[in-house]
Structure formats: structure tokens, C-alpha cells
Design a protein around this ligand. Structure first.
Ligand code: GRG
Length: 302
């Protein structure tokens, strides 16, 4: 097995190339030739999606496909790219003045700073639609493809990521219980990470017991990802993070370190990763890459 760093950079390149081509080749029955306005929108899309992201969610898709087999490269790419489009749209909207009002993302000016606010809203809207256009190109059995569309819609929608963002917005400056903080993160970041693990498992037609174990894995790494994000917001710096360090504290956001203290937050992250390893063992497969990715989540620097 290649080292994790190679796997991560290969996954990044793979999904980047796929996304770039897919965006360039995007066609529609409504437009023969994009005019200047549409070209500006395309530019803003490429700007927002094309560089700097770790591509953790695509890496999870590829790792599940590698461990559980039976999925073509094209279908894995479509699932990985669709999830990354939803993730990138969420970051563009999250940075807007009406939400986190941030100026730096992935080491670059946020979309509404580089373009303008209205364009950033449209980039998010367009990337969301594009995610489902990508899934519509899956070559697997149509009934399974529909299950994937349904899963991604739920993971990203009102009772998933969007709902989590709503809970987040309503929680600023409020003292949350640990259970309330977890509720928010299971939706806001956890749901899409879970989609990145479960969608390829559904596509590969794994059995119900395997999927249940993978859900436990995904829920554990999803929460650990968020705990680590909160820790990095305190311990890292703006250049390494590629986004404004200390933003959570500045905005008085409820975080794990704020609730538990920094040491207990670190312990919480380790416990969650331990749970993730145990869940993987219940799949009956060795899945070494998924074990490595669980460790990566709490050792990442940005
Ligand atoms: C606006 C509908 C809507 C949703 C926004 C996910 C989200 C919901 C907002 C992101 C806010 C945030 C910074 C959350 C912390 C965890 C997180 C998702 C970090 C960014 O994900 P990474 O680290 O980013 O995978 P890269 O840039 O590597 O892709």
C-alpha cells in the first residue's frame, strides 16, 4: 500500500482533474455559447473549487471504493466530485457577510471578496445543482443511483448540512450543552462526511451490516474532524490554516475547547478516533486506508 501522503495527493489530483474537466465541459440545452456574464460565473466557480482544498471527502470516497471494491473509477469520481461541489458551495456561502463574514479561505480571498456577494451566492447555487448533475451521470443501476441522489440531498439539505448551519447561526453567543454542540456538528459537518463514506458503500452494494459499521465509523470521524477544527482554530495560525485563525473565539462561537477545555477536547478527539477504528473492525475487512484516514483527521495541521 502506498503511504497515506501519496494517496492523499493522488486523490486530490484525481478529483481536481475530474472537476476541472467536468466544469469546462458543462453543457446545457439552454446555451450554445456562454456570454461574458456566464464566463464570469464559470471563473468564479473554478476559483472557488479549484485549489487549496484538502479533498478529504473525495479521499474517503476513493478509500471506501478501494476497500469495498465493485465501483468503476468513473463512478467513484462522480461521487467524489459531487460531494466536493456541495462542500465547496457550503464554504462559499458560509463565508458570506450574512453568515461567518470571512475574507480568507484556502489561503485566498473568499469568493465574495474576489468577485462580489451576489456572484458568491450564485456560485453556491450553481455548484449545488452541478453536484446533482454529476450524480445523474452515474453508470450504476438506476435504482442505486437514485438512492445516492436521495442520500446526498438529505445529507446536504434542511435536516443535514443546511439545518446544521441554521443551528450554528442560532447558537452564536449562547452557552450550549455538549449534546447540543454535537447535534449541530453531526448535521453541519458530519452529514456530508457520512455521505462520503456511505455513498460509495451503497454504490458498491455492500450489505446492511457493513453499512451500519461504516456509519458508526463516519459519525466518529465526522465529530473528530470538527473537534480538531476547533483545536486548530486555537493552536494554529492563519497561514497554515488558510483561513482566519481565532475566528471562532472572535465570533464567540460555541466550540469543544470552549466547553471542555483544550486538553479534554484533545482527549475527546482521540476517543472518537478509537471508536472509528473499532467500527471498522466490525466491517470484517481490514480497510487499512480508512484506519489511516481516521488518524489523519486528528493529526492534520489545516
Ligand atoms: C452555508 C449551507 C451552508 C453550510 C455551511 C460546512 C459548513 C456549513 C460551514 C463550514 C464552516 C466551517 C469552517 C466548519 C468547520 C469544519 C469544516 C467544514 C471545515 C472546512 O472543511 P475542510 O477542512 O476544508 O475539509 P478544505 O478547504 O480542506 O476543503
Amino acid at each position: 500500500m502506498t503511504p497515506l501522503n501519496n494517496f492523499l495527493s493522488h486523490s486530490r489530483e484525481r478529483v481536481n482533474q475530474f472537476l476541472q474537466l467536468a466544469l469546462e465541459q458543462q453543457q446545457s440545452p439552454f446555451v450554445e455559447q456562454p456570454n461574458n456574464a456566464l464566463r464570469r460565473l464559470q471563473d468564479a466557480n473554478v476559483y472557488s473549487i479549484s485549489n487549496g482544498g484538502k479533498r478529504l471527502r473525495p479521499a474517503l470516497v476513493y478509500a471506501v471504493a478501494e476497500s469495498f471494491g465493485d465501483l468503476s473509477d468513473d463512478d467513484s469520481n462522480l461521487i467524489a466530485a459531487a460531494i466536493e461541489c456541495i462542500h465547496s458551495y457550503s464554504l462559499v456561502h458560509d463565508d458570506l457577510p450574512a453568515m461567518d463574514n470571512d475574507t480568507l479561505r484556502r489561503g485566498k480571498p473568499t469568493c465574495h471578496i474576489a468577485y462580489d456577494e451576489a456572484t458568491a451566492i450564485l456560485v453556491g447555487d450553481g455548484l449545488q445543482a452541478f453536484a446533482f448533475e454529476l450524480l445523474s451521470q452515474l453508470q450504476i443501476a438506476p435504482a442505486i443511483a437514485l438512492r445516492l441522489v436521495n442520500y446526498l440531498a438529505k445529507a446536504s439539505g434542511n435536516l443535514g448540512m443546511v439545518g446544521g448551519q441554521m443551528v450554528d447561526l442560532q447558537s452564536v453567543s449562547r452557552q450550549l450543552l455538549l449534546s447540543e454542540l454535537e447535534y449541530m456538528h453531526r448535521l453541519k459537518t458530519g452529514a456530508l462526511i457520512q455521505a462520503a463514506v456511505i455513498m460509495p458503500a451503497i454504490a458498491a452494494q455492500t450489505d446492511a451490516a457493513t453499512q451500519a459499521a461504516l456509519i458508526r465509523y463516519a459519525q466518529a470521524i465526522g465529530l473528530a474532524f470538527q473537534v480538531q477544527d476547533d483545536i486548530l482554530d486555537i493552536e494554529s495560525d492563519t497561514v497554515t490554516l488558510g483561513k482566519t485563525q481565532g475566528a471562532d473565539q472572535q465570533q464567540n462561537k460555541p466550540t469543544y475547547p470552549a466547553l471542555l477545555g483544550l486538553d479534554m477536547a484533545k482527549q475527546k478527539a482521540s476517543e472518537l478516533i478509537e471508536q472509528a477504528h473499532l467500527a471498522l473492525e466490525e466491517t470484517g475487512q481490514t480497510c487499512p486506508r480508512l484506519h489511516e484516514l481516521a488518524e489523519f483527521i486528528t493529526h492534520r495541521q489545516n
